[in-house]
Structure formats: C-alpha cells, structure tokens
Design a protein around this ligand. Structure first.
Ligand code: ATP
Length: 224
C-alpha cells in the first residue's frame, strides 16, 4: 500500500507538487498530465529519488526519505531515458549486477537473466555491448533489469517512448502479465486504458482520480 500524506515538493521558486493526499492500493495505476505537471516528481518520491518538502510518503509503512535503501529493494524504477539506467558495458553484466548485490546463487542469477532475455527477444544480445543496442532495445533492457529483481512495485516513467509498435505491445503485454503493482507514467493513453485507476496531474495537483475511460476522456478535453 502506498500513501501520500499532504505531500508537497518545492524547487526554489517553483512548486512541483502541492497537497497530494492519496492512498494507492490497486494493481495498475496510470499517471497522465501535461508536460511539467508533476508526474515524474510524484513517482520519484516513491523510491526516495525525490524527497517531499512537506508531508510524507509511505510505501508499505516505510518512508522512502528515511529508509531509501530498504524501499528501493521493493520499488523497481524504469527511467524515461534508458541510458541513465544501463550501467554495465555488456548486456548480461548489466542484468546480473543487481542480482549479485542480492547475493542470489549463480544458477538463479543465470536462470533469471536467460528467462528475461528470451521474453524480450534479446537472447542474441546477451554478450553484446549494451551501448550498441538500439534505443528501443535499451529501453527493453532497462525494463528487464528491473523485472529480474522481482520488486513488489514497479514504476515505469514513459516506458514506451522509444519503442516500435511491436515492442510497445510487448511491453504492454509484459505489464499485463506481472503479478506486481505497476505504476506507469505515460503520454501513451492506450497503454493505461486497461488499468484499474488513472490519476490526472495538472500544475502539481491531482485533478482527476478515476477509472481510465473517465479519466482519459476528461484529460482529452483538458488538452483540447
Ligand atoms: N530538480 C528540479 N529542479 C527544479 N525544478 C524541477 C526539478 N525537477 C522538476 N522540476 C520542475 O517541476 C515541475 C514538474 O516536473 P515533472 O518532471 O515532475 O513534470 P512531468 O509531469 O513529469 O513532465 P513531463 O511530462 O514533461 O515529463 C516542472 O515545472 C519542472 O520544471
């Protein structure tokens, strides 16, 4: 369960979030809103990448601002730009690095890596230099790097911006198959159409909180 208690975030003169009070317990939560409306700031609060300047955030009763390391074990985060996420020069090394930190047995590490590479059609790239992957393949690798860790919550910030239609659909299906709670920030309204709940951000506030059909319809009118 995720709770935001009267959360605000202030960057110097700019207020990025204001008076966010919400409890999230659904399995699929979509977040939409205009550029600069506060969506990324909102999700970055979930793993302590951003700290609240007012109020507090709780993820399963842990405060990411205080227990960042513990929380990050349970909250996997896929960034907008995969280059910020891929740190190792070879694909399999990149996938292994978090798993090694968890001190998993070698067999288990290899099993998880082979399985995730197969799922995203990346098996042929296992020993390839990560930086030579295409933009979309990098995005898939970044998503894979989070999924292999089997976190309880998965936050995806614009996970399909670089993907062609086939890979975009693949990511959509992969998300649908996940047992975990998924929170997706996206301008791709189709991606979140089948979700349980959609939040619409405007000027640092949640202005709509509803089922996708209703939230998306209101958002389309707001953007018209
Ligand atoms: N580190 C920062 N320092 C100063 N201002 C920031 C910082 N991060 C975000 N902001 C500002 O806070 C506001 C909200 O930004 P945020 O990235 O959360 O928006 P967003 O809804 O995710 O936008 P987009 O759809 O463009 O990704 C913006 O006005 C942005 O300029």
């Amino acid at each position: 369960m995720i709770r935001f208690e009267n959360v605000s975030v202030q960057f110097d003169a700019r207020r990025a979030l204001e008076g966010i009070d919400i409890t999230l317990g659904e399995k699929r939560i979509g977040i939409i809103g205009a550029n600069g409306s506060g969506k990324s700031t909102f999700v970055r609060l979930l793993n302590g990448l951003q700290t609240a300047t007012g109020g507090r955030v709780l993820v399963d009763d842990l405060d990411p601002a205080k227990d960042g390391r513990k929380v990050r074990r349970h909250v996997g985060f896929v960034f907008q730009n995969p280059d910020n996420q891929i740190v190792y020069p070879v694909v399999e090394e990149d996938l292994a690095f978090g798993l090694k930190a968890l001190k998993l047995p070698k067999d288990e590490i290899n099993r998880r890596i082979d399985e995730i590479l197969a799922r995203y059609d990346l098996s042929a790239f296992k020993t390839h230099p990560s930086h030579l992957l295409s933009g979309g393949q990098k995005q898939l690798l970044a998503i894979s790097g989070v999924l292999v860790m089997e976190p309880r919550y998965i936050v995806l910030d614009e996970p399909t911006t670089l993907l062609d239609l086939r890979n975009r659909n693949r990511v959509e299906r992969a998300i649908a198959d996940l047992d975990q709670t998924v929170i997706t920030v996206s301008h791709d309204l189709d991606l979140i159409a089948g979700y349980d709940r959609v939040l619409v951000f405007e000027n640092g506030k949640i202005v709509v909180d509803d089922i996708p059909a209703k939230a998306i319809a209101i958002y389309r009118e707001m953007m018209a």
